[in-house]
Design a protein around this ligand. Structure first.
Ligand code: 3PG
Ligand code: MG
Length: 395
């Protein structure tokens, strides 16, 4: 069921605890934010709250400080960057509960913003401790969850606080849910799913759920080895998850039974070692020698991308098609990114490393929806509920 959002309630003059996911990558050497897209993605929510004269308390986690204060994971630089993007003052508070917070909240005026310290500096956050959640909620009138990227976690700031406050979704949360839900319930067809990544075990639930929804499923990445082995092929030195062979075979049979076009690579790039300077060559998937690794899809398979996905109207992609961190083995991933950037189909990308690859290529703006959630989008597309969404009020 659809969830209430900040547009469904009255917020003027109200103190609003707003959970965002500003868990952004920080450059280790310079301490600067290397990708601010998660911050930008929540700007519409924050601007809406400002324009409607709410008193805003923002909170987020950063990294995994394990319940202790870690200097490098303080929120102040992020609050400063947010202030720069909003062109408005954002006041950082050096704690997320307690006296200092209540003092700062008392001085909060309509349309102004506080930014609490990293909620994971307290062990109660990830334990979803009731007392910690109560304290976090105590200065506020309303809770808004805009942290789609953390909605799969049962933490105090994503789930616990909703016990103490009326809870609604922010605008980013709403957009993410509408987009994913459309794919799951009513995609414009033909609908294709492109699924890659190293391990089949990480993506099995996704593939099984998507098999009920798609017209085409295109599979790449390291997990191809398990599909090949399941069909009796040699897979060289590639990682095979032997306990998933039967599931892999069943998936192929099920796709066939339902008339879904399931595309596995017909050729692959192979190399002696997983290093860029290791000589790689192309072979048919039926002729993989025993001393080599599969490192990418091959050119014949790359040619299948426009052939098989060319007439699709919706395409969802999760997971790189080769070892894309090594430029020599990134050809398949790059070809898919290029194709998705220029197709007229509605394109949705989820999953941390897939988004990273697209971003590195400068193609992010050419994709219709790039999810801010890796784990969260995966879980949602597996057909599971997100605890941080469950606790929000229904429309
Ligand atoms: C993420 O980046 O995956 C989210 O912010 C959640 O962070 P976590 O994986 O540390 O819970
Ligand atoms: Mg994560």
């Amino acid at each position: 069921m659809a969830k209430k959002t900040i547009k469904d309630i009255s917020i003027a003059g109200k103190i609003i605890l707003t959970r965002v996911d500003f868990n952004v990558p920080i450059n280790k050497n310079t301490g600067s934010i290397s990708d601010d897209s998660r911050i930008k993605a929540s700007l519409p929510t924050i601007r809406y709250l400002v324009e409607h004269k709410s008193r805003i308390i923002l909170c987020s986690h950063l990294g995994r400080p394990d319940g202790k204060v870690v200097k490098e994971l303080r929120m102040k630089p992020i609050a400063e960057h947010l202030s720069y993007l909003l062109e408005l003052p954002v006041t950082p508070v050096s704690d997320c509960i307690g006296h200092e917070v209540s003092k700062a909240v008392q001085n909060l005026k309509d349309g102004t913003i506080l930014f609490l310290e990293n909620v994971r500096f307290y062990p109660g956050e990830v334990k979803n401790d009731t007392n910690f959640a109560r304290e976090l909620a105590s200065p506020a009138d309303i809770y808004v969850n805009d942290a789609f990227g953390t909605a799969h976690r049962v933490h105090a700031s994503t789930v616990g606080v909703a016990k103490f406050l009326p809870a609604v979704a922010g605008l980013l949360m709403e957009t993410e849910l509408i987009t994913m839900n459309k794919l799951l319930t009513n995609p414009v067809r033909p609908f294709a799913c492109v699924i890659g990544g190293a391990k089949i075990s990480d993506k099995m639930s996704l593939m099984q759920n998507m098999l009920n929804k798609v017209d085409v499923m295109f599979i790449g990445g390291g997990m191809v080895a398990t599909f090949l082995k399941a069909q009796g092929y040699n897979t060289g030195k590639s990682l095979v998850e032997n306990d998933k062979l039967e599931m892999a075979l069943n998936l192929l049979l099920e796709a066939n039974k339902r008339g879904i076009s399931l595309i596995l690579p017909t050729d692959v790039a192979i190399a002696r070692d997983i290093r860029g300077d290791s000589l790689s060559h192309i072979t048919s998937t039926s002729k993989i020698p025993s001393n080599e690794y599969i490192v990418d899809i091959g050119p014949e398979t790359i040619d299948l991308i426009p052939q098989e996905l060319g007439n699709c109207r919706s395409i969802m992609w999760n997971g790189p098609l080769g070892i894309y961190e090594i430029p020599e083995f990134a050809k398949g991933t790059k070809a898919m990114a290029q194709f998705l950037a220029y197709t007229s189909a509605n394109t949705v990308i989820g999953g941390g490393s897939t988004v990273e690859a697209i971003r590195e290529m400068g193609l992010v703006d050419m994709i219709d929806h790039v999810s801010t959630g890796g784990g969260a989008s995966l879980k949602y597309l597996e057909g599971k509920t997100l605890p941080g969404v469950e606790v929000l009020e229904d429309k």
